[in-house]
Design a protein around this ligand. Structure first.
Ligand SMILES: [Fe+2]
Ligand SMILES: [Fe+2]
Length: 470
């Protein structure tokens, strides 16, 4: 079951060849996808040989097969984790009943909406990152960017397969719309705000892959629990790919910190102006980038109190990440204390699940911070990087529009307006970071603002020519 049929036009391990109508519909969508990739994917690198991994099966041996590929020839396909025999629903009011192989009529539109919203983020991020190849800090980084891009393209395939296979005509229409909306487009933007923010420099890319791809991880984990078995299986396989995206973010920021510390030591100063003059990113600027991307990504979890999240959990559509770690899987009796602008409130746990997810997400985010701070501590500097409070700069939920500082304290409107420029990147910060973005494309060479990685890809040396440009 887990081997992938590469003889087919659309590689897959779900035997779409056995369902002619579905196969025809997907083969009809395929050229539209390729056209989208051509127009909205990485600009100008179609003839480059990129050292990419492709899945040849969904088990541990075969899911990462490496080789040089022209990106437009990447074998995007449909790969689901193997089914679990007799899988039962693991949470909500229908806990213990058999998982669904088809979509129950009463959940059809909700489930379609959830799949479309997830699906929309995948091509959106490719669009956001489209121009970054021109300013890569190394061939190693360029390869990682392209790896992420082709996999986000595959994640779009994962969601489009579900739409085509289980949602009939509506699903096919939604699949077309997924290619018609574009990140940042004034008339037809992507669904979620974070995915309309431009990513025009590599520091933003590392923050995006650290914070926003991690939101993706949490969404996928909660769908991996879903009673709708095909969604669960698709998301379980997507998660194996997602890990690399967050790795790029965590090690990318770690390498920026490392290089900055070298410059700080060399100059014997933590003065941002002097560090910048030396071509490195000062840590306060990095902190402002962290504040921006973390707060933007926190919005993706939705409102603190949400009847939708309650309904989705109760009906079995969307669980909590790693549902098995909890004792109570029904949550009809539980409440949770939430800090609201009016003070602390007891809220039925079912309605507070967005906040439960947001909290465990923030804990996961702390891991990288600890690592980077250890680097700073070892270098002998006092500064520490921090995560902003989940109440800072929210544009959704109870704290929307309120003047809250990065530590989570309500401050006066005046102070907020005056300080925001020192909490998130200012125009001048962005202009400075942009000024560092010059393409370095000689094997093994790194831009001066970032340290080399500790190791290369798939046991190859860092100096390997990961992208052959023609
Ligand atoms: Fe993805
Ligand atoms: Fe991702």
């Amino acid at each position: 079951m887990s081997s992938i049929d590469y003889a087919e036009k659309i590689p897959n391990n779900v035997n779409i060849g056995g369902e002619r109508t579905l196969q025809r519909a997907l083969e009809h969508w395929q050229p539209h996808f390729l056209q989208w990739w051509h127009e909205m994917g990485p600009s100008d690198f179609e003839s480059a040989d990129v050292y990419l991994r492709t899945a040849i099966s969904v088990d541990a041996q075969g899911w990462a097969h490496y080789g040089a590929v022209h990106m437009p020839d990447y074998r995007w396909g449909i790969f689901l984790a193997d089914p679990v025999a007799d899988r039962k629903i693991g949470f909500g009011d229908r806990m213990g009943e058999p998982a669904w192989q088809q979509v129950p009529g009463e959940y059809r539109s909700t489930l379609r909406r959830l799949i479309v919203t997830q699906g929309d983020t995948e091509p959106a991020s490719v669009e956001q990152q489209r121009l970054l190849g021109h300013s890569c800090p190394s061939l190693y980084d360029l390869r990682n960017l392209f790896q992420i891009n082709v996999e986000e393209g595959r994640h779009l395939w994962a969601m489009v397969y579900l739409l085509h296979a289980y949602f009939g005509r509506d699903g096919r229409e939604e699949a077309e719309e997924l290619l018609a909306r574009h990140s940042g487009d004034r008339d037809k933007p992507r669904i979620l705000t974070t995915f309309n923010e431009p990513i025009s420099d590599w520091l933003s890319l590392y923050c995006f892959t650290y914070f926003t791809d991690r939101d993706g991880k949490y969404q996928l984990k909660s769908f991996a629990e879903s009673a709708f078995d095909p969604l669960s299986r698709t998301c379980r396989f997507m998660l194996t790919e997602e890990a690399h995206h967050m790795f790029v973010g965590e090690t990318g920021i770690g390498r920026v910190v490392k290089r900055t510390l070298e410059v700080m030591k060399e100059l014997g100063t933590d003065d941002p102006a002097r560090i910048r003059a030396h071509g490195a990113v000062d840590l306060p600027t990095l902190q402002r980038y962290l504040n921006f991307w973390c707060s933007s990504s926190l919005d993706l979890f939705g409102s603190e109190i949400s009847s939708n999240s309650a309904a989705n959990f109760a009906s079995g559509l969307k669980g909590r990440p790693d549902e098995a770690q909890y004792e109570d899987h029904v949550l009809r009796e539980k409440t949770m204390k939430l800090l609201m602008p009016e003070g602390e409130q007891d809220v039925p746990m079912l309605n507070a699940l967005n906040e439960v997810m947001r909290e465990s997400y923030l804990k996961d985010c702390e891991i990288g911070l600890k690592r980077w701070n250890r680097q700073i501590e070892r270098a002998g500097f006092d500064l520490r990087l921090t995560l902003p409070s989940s109440r800072f700069r929210r544009s959704i939920g109870a704290w929307v529009g309120l003047p809250v500082d990065p530590q989570g304290k309500l401050v006066s409107k005046e102070l907020f307006a005056k300080s925001l420029g020192s909490w998130i990147p200012s125009e001048a910060d962005r202009a400075f970071v942009h000024s560092l973005m010059k393409r370095v494309a000689e094997p093994g060479k790194m831009a001066a603002w970032i340290a080399p990685p500790e190791r290369g890809i798939n046991n190859l040396p860092v100096e390997y020519e990961y992208v052959k440009l023609h």
